[in-house]
Design a protein. Sequence first.
Length: 363
Amino acid sequence: MSILSDMEDFKQFEQRKKDHIRLALDSKTQNLTNHDFSRIKLVPNALPELNFSEVSLETKLLNQKVSSPHFISSMTAGHKQGLEINSLLAEAAGIKNWLFCVGSQKRSLINPKEVSDIQLIAKKYKKTKLVSNIGLEEVIQSKPADILKLADSINAVGLIIHANALQEVFQNKKDVVMKNGFKAISEIVKKSDVPVIVKEVGFGISSEMAQRLFDIGVNVVDVAGNGGTHWGMIEALRQDENTLSARAIENFADWGLSTVECLLDLQSFLNSLDEEEKLANSVWASGGIRSGVDSAKALALGASAVGLAQPLLKNLIVKNKIGSVDQVIQAMEQFDFELKTAMFCLGLGHVSEFSTRKVWYGK
């Protein structure tokens, strides 16, 4: 099947992307009832034996030195509003030296001759470390070379393949193509010059699935669990209320594993790895991260990086008006400060120490 055979025209595509931004800021699409981070308690160190100024968030992600284990998670792309939003996010990421995972590059795959908004941003913000992004359905239906060109076109330091089966179903498409996903990902891994990340979009990746992905050479698994933005809900709210998807969505409100459940499920696997193996089989956490304390809990549970999307978007867009880069940086610095404070109060001077000391309890 050609990727173009079941594609919306560009006006529909752009409208869908605009709707995503609007609905991602709607409380109806936030699944914080399954937040789960309250299940995990961090064990305070009353005598941390270090100074606050000595705590460092610096780490390496995708072989890149970054100032924080926080990264900007994929949000949007392929429309005019997206260009403005992504420009501000890219600028902020460059200033703070965070990774910036771009929105889906699907539009570039459809029309490779068009200079995309992400390409314009990559050209302007050359110091920003960008991570490419495309959906699994597109990977299955495209030539590996065409997928890899997406990363090359923005000089990306990594390539995300997002698996979003539930979201695709609730788009009311004629079909959702997910057959031969492992084979398609494996081909990309073999030919990619940059690390490959596989992520969910808010419904989680189990330990069994993560291990299968690592077995075929995937470098990073972002569990992206339930507990934050519900992308199935977003798609359903775009539909007429009498459609099958609109009527069904409430029964999928708590679908999937939370980010915490995914990380707990991965404990045995992560504990079996030595330090070198952990570098080759990295787990990232996104989905429902709403504070730097949540970030600390995710790192304590074995994640090496923590992704933020909706909290940054919420700080940037107020009353339907896009703000300034300072608003993005303010939110980023808030998360970093809260994480640094948690680390100080745990007696941890460096992010790497999360992997050598157990500082949590819960179930």
